[in-house]
Design a protein around this ligand. Structure first.
Ligand SMILES: NC(=O)c1ccc[n+]([C@@H]2O[C@H](COP(=O)([O-])OP(=O)(O)OC[C@H]3O[C@@H](n4cnc5c(N)ncnc54)[C@H](O)[C@@H]3O)[C@@H](O)[C@H]2O)c1
Length: 251
């Protein structure tokens, strides 16, 4: 029967893709991990991979858009583990429609998941982190928050708008929660995952050409930077936004 853990992390969208790689990177560092996702089967398989690394896993089937759900699940984690050290807000959904096609319901759902979902989980974990005297939040945004969607991107403007909101949330919370909780964000560039494989396929040569490091990114390229922001001691950084894009958006 799993009990209290020494160090713990929540990773939303942990079932597959970048979130799964983040779960495994934190598990490798000895963190018990709670992946949160809508995809039940893939969540169970990520949980098995986490446990195979010798730490506790607490897979949670949940929609991050639910405000009360986030509070209830965080309360259950604190009961089980006694602490929450790290929150990685990573779950997000694409939005492929352009301004003349998108409906009000599409827009509302995009904001409910990709922006409010990040707020829901940040607010739920803040009290236990403050009570414990420390914590880290890492928010996964996108380079398209700053650049707008590139031609090979899956999503269009509504996604970029939500991801830009994540940057404001990050900077605002970094100031509010300092010095106890450090809040930073990562903007991935083109990262090959189940979500992006089809849309990247016809553009692969172009992606390589416009990327100084000469290749498309992998989920592990993001996970290594998340693990740094989530676990490095000491860390004299908060409210920072880091592009992880192989240099594609150097400015
Ligand atoms: N792949 C890229 O090129 C890229 C680029 C920039 C930013 N990102 C960002 O990185 C993150 C991960 O992207 P990915 O490529 O791994 O995508 P993905 O679709 O493979 O994984 C996202 C996961 O989030 C889950 N999810 C979606 N909505 C959810 C909800 N409402 N509640 C709970 N879980 C939900 C999905 O089920 C999925 O498992 C996202 O925030 C994405 O916007 C990705």
């Amino acid at each position: 029967m799993p009990g209290k853990a020494n160090r713990t992390a929540i990773v939303t969208g942990g079932a597959r893709g970048i979130g799964r790689a983040i779960c495994l990177a934190l598990a490798q560092k000895g963190y018990a991990v709670a992946p949160v996702d809508l995809r039940e089967a893939e969540l169970a398989s990520t949980a098995k991979e986490i446990e195979a690394l010798g730490v506790d896993a607490m897979p949670i089937v949940a929609d991050i858009a639910s405000y009360q759900g986030a509070r209830d699940h965080v309360a259950a984690m604190v009961r089980r583990w006694g602490r929450i050290d790290v929150l990685v807000n990573n779950a997000a959904m694409p939005q492929t429609k352009r301004i003349l096609e998108i409906t009000e319901a599409d827009w509302d759902r995009e904001m409910a998941v990709n922006l409010k979902g990040y707020f829901n989980w940040s607010q739920a974990v803040a009290p236990p982190m403050l009570a414990a005297g420390g914590g880290r939040m890492v928010n996964i945004s996108s380079v398209s928050a700053n650049t707008g969607p590139s031609p090979h991107a899956v999503s269009r403007f509504a996604y970029s708008a939500a991801k830009a909101g994540v940057l404001g949330l990050t900077r605002g919370l970094a100031r509010e929660l300092a010095p106890t909780i450090l809040v930073n964000a990562i903007c991935p560039g083109a990262i090959l995952t189940d979500r992006t494989a089809d849309s990247f396929a016809p553009h692969m040569e172009r992606i390589k050409t416009v990327t100084p490091l000469g290749r498309v990114g992998t989920p592990e390229d993001i996970a290594v930077v998340v693990a740094f922001l989530a676990t490095a001691e000491p860390l004299f950084m908060t409210g920072e936004i880091i592009d992880v894009d192989g240099g594609a958006n150097i400015n």
